[in-house]
Design a protein around this ligand. Structure first.
Ligand code: F6P
Length: 333
């Protein structure tokens, strides 16, 4: 149960916009639904902007009604669609976007997405003066200022379901599997999933491990009679192909590993109850902060409370939390 901040509404809007941008994440729909219904309930019009910032610069937006967000809370993906909009990195494009919003009578924006989305949101509000509140929507959970992001819990559970199945065949064939999960710059998914699946090893970008050390550990485990089968969870890292290369290198140690890349499976699917509730509470809170005259913030969570975090900090600092990884190390054989 989240405690939502008590805020005094000191202003109102004729219309606000909502968009989802960057990599989609399960429960983005729940967040959209909460933003739309909260605003409509107090007489504010809502425009759904399609394809993230791309729709903002091409004037691709539609008025939303309460029923336009019916039956979406259980659906993965985002009904507004998403995009990684390179053009929005340019100031003249952002100026054009501000003009388009003004022409449509849209006076504030809720932007749901990860790092790139929140960076765009910060620059946009700073330059245009149009109030923006961001919501952390990313399966990676690598956003500074929040312990939890929309979609992370679902992605973790999806990966756990897949790895439990891989474990069955690994045990039957006494095989080693390298299972790659998402996380370009961070190992939050890998660590959480690795602990939950009892992985023999977890490899994450925050703690680079040399291949020799992995090889020697596997060889000594085998010699000690441990590890006829096993799961190593690998965070994808910045360079594509990492896990395949690792499997090749392990051959030099006599280790034959099968590779399984879970990839975009982790981004889809029906959101967990946890993500639906988190996204709903964050959506309500985003609108309430706009009414309380806040801007340039993201709604963060510490697991119990939702709070405003300046977007400037969100994009400046890197989220790093070694606690869970240390716990994982204690559980390895
Ligand atoms: O940012 C979320 C994420 O799913 C990362 O984990 C992954 O590296 C990336 O998006 C993949 O992006 P795309 O779908 O654009 O290839």
């Amino acid at each position: 149960m989240y405690s939502l901040p008590e805020l005094e509404a000191v202003r109102t809007f004729d219309a606000i916009g909502v968009l989802t941008s960057g990599g989609d994440a399960p429960a983005m729909n729940a967040a959209i639904r909460a933003v739309v219904r909260t605003a409509l309930n107090i007489g504010i019009k809502v425009y759904g902007i399609h394809r993230g910032y791309s729709g903002l610069i091409t004037d691709d937006m539609r008025r939303m009604s309460s029923s336009s967000v019916s039956n979406i809370i259980q659906r993965g993906g985002t009904i507004l669609k998403s995009d990684r909009c390179e053009a929005f990195k340019e100031a003249p494009t952002r100026r054009r976007a501000a003009e388009i919003l003004k022409q449509n009578g849209i006076q504030a924006l809720v932007a749901i997405g990860g790092d790139g989305t929140l960076t765009g949101a910060h620059l946009f509000t700073e330059e245009s003066g149009i109030p923006v509140v961001g919501l952390p929507g990313s399966i990676d959970n690598d956003i500074y200022g929040t312990d939890d992001s929309i979609g992370f819990d679902t992605a973790v559970n999806t990966a756990i379901g897949a790895i439990d199945r891989i474990r069955d065949t690994a045990l039957s064939h006494e095989r080693l599997f390298l299972v790659e999960v998402m996380g370009r710059n961070s190992g939050f998914i890998a660590t959480q999933v690795g602990i939950a699946c009892g992985a023999e090893m977890i490899l994450i970008p925050e703690h680079p491990t040399v291949v020799e050390s992995i090889g020697y550990t596997l060889v000594s485990n085998r010699k000690a009679g441990r590890g006829s089968s096993g799961i190593i969870v690998v965070a994808e890292g910045p360079e594509p192909g990492l896990t395949g290369r690792l499997a090749d290198q392990l051959r030099f140690f006599g280790e034959e590993a099968r590779v399984c890349i879970l990839g975009h499976i982790q981004r889809g699917g029906s959101p967990t109850g946890h993500d639906r509730v988190l996204a709903s509470c964050m959506g309500i809170t985003a609108v309430n902060y706009l009414l309380a005259d806040y801007s340039d913030i993201m709604i963060g969570s510490d697991g119990r409370q939702l709070m405003p975090v300046p977007l400037q900090d969100v994009i400046k600092y890197r989220k790093h939390d070694p606690r869970l990884y240390k716990i994982a190390l204690q559980l390895h054989k």
